[in-house]
Design a binder for this molecule. Structure first.
Ligand code: AVI
Length: 321
């Protein structure tokens, strides 16, 4: 499981209204678009978990390999009482590798939008690491939030794995890094997983797997809109399209209308031309230098970078400059 699990547990009334407003606005736009955050209902989260184990989807296992090999060096020397703060802790698989590599860590703060999910994972983790103070925070890490009082004044290390930063637009990635600096405070550190620019064929395969799981993941957003917003998308009339856009260094995911058609969403008729697409996700790929520059502009100095031998994926150890 990865960070995308974080909002898998259903929407409250306000979130439902926001979902509807976002869908209507996105489908009325030109080109049409939908927010990638809406992938993560229960089915979408399961499909994403399946994606992370696909032979073509290298990021998860490659990052895990780097954390296993270089976890101790990534964490470096830790001052007594150091706390680890994870942004969007969908699953604890990756942080467990860091906790094992840094047994002197005093506290772990998983920050996640889903309080229920967070509670279950945090309890399991607390049982497995009894010496560690596990202090979950239910918050949206894409806005400012308060750390628990127990970690204020402690040395802090942030952790943001999975190249989730690649799903942010560059200005959002900059804003995230600046916010993380404010939340973690002066002299803190941040460990970030970042997917790298590479042979387009490798990238293409990772988002167009032979088993069609990524296609089901992409199309699932339409199933969700049908179910939760009373829409009538015909899933056979749309196809998954994912391709690398070299000018923007990003994988783009789209859903392409296979015919001229009208779709009803909450009593509105949304027209589609044959071939028209809904842009559903971007996954930015960085070079090491480009990510270091992004981090530097947001106030983070690169202390060390670890990659796999093929340089498919990178994990950056940053300190506040
Ligand atoms: C969650 N995120 C880092 C994934 C990615 O690779 O951008 C989401 C994903 N979309 C399709 N496959 C995986």
């Amino acid at each position: 499981m990865d960070v995308i699990l974080r909002s898998a547990l259903g929407l409250d009334r306000d979130e439902h209204e926001t979902f509807l407003a976002d869908v209507i606005a996105g489908l009325s736009d030109n080109p049409k678009r939908l927010g990638a955050k809406y992938f993560s209902d229960v089915a979408g989260s399961r499909l994403f978990e399946e994606i992370t184990g696909l032979p073509e989807y290298y990021p998860t296992r490659t990052e895990m390999g780097i954390l296993r090999r270089d976890g101790a060096r990534l964490m470096g020397e830790l001052a007594p009482g150091t706390a680890l703060v994870e942004f969007g802790s969908g699953s604890t698989a990756k942080v467990r590798v860091l906790l094992d590599a840094a047994p002197t860590l005093a506290a772990y703060v998983p920050v996640d939008i889903s309080a229920e999910f967070l509670g279950a994972e945090a309890t399991r983790l607390q049982d497995d690491y009894p010496h560690l103070k596990v202090l979950p925070v239910a918050a949206d890490f894409t806005s400012l939030f308060e750390l628990p009082p127990q970690v204020r004044g402690r040395p802090l290390v942030g952790f943001f794995p999975g190249s989730t930063i690649g799903n942010f637009e560059p200005h959002e990635a900059d804003a995230f890094l600046r916010r993380a600096a404010r939340i973690l405070g002066p002299s803190s550190r941040l460990i970030v997983g970042v997917d790298l620019v590479k042979d387009e064929r490798v990238l293409h395969a990772a988002y167009n797997d032979a088993a069609g799981v990524t296609a089901r993941f992409n199309l699932n957003v339409l199933t969700r809109i049908n179910r939760e917003l009373g829409a009538d998308f015909d899933l056979d009339a749309f196809a998954h399209r994912a391709f690398y856009n070299p000018a923007r260094s990003r994988i783009e995911m789209h859903l392409q209308s296979l015919a001229r058609q009208k779709v009803r969403v909450a009593r509105r008729a949304i027209p589609f031309r044959a071939g028209e697409t809904i842009h559903t996700e971007n996954s930015y790929k960085y070079t090491l230098a480009r990510f270091a520059a992004l981090a530097a502009a947001a106030g983070w100095e690169t202390r060390a970078v670890f990659t796999d031998p093929a340089e498919y994926f990178s994990v950056h150890a940053l300190t506040q400059s």
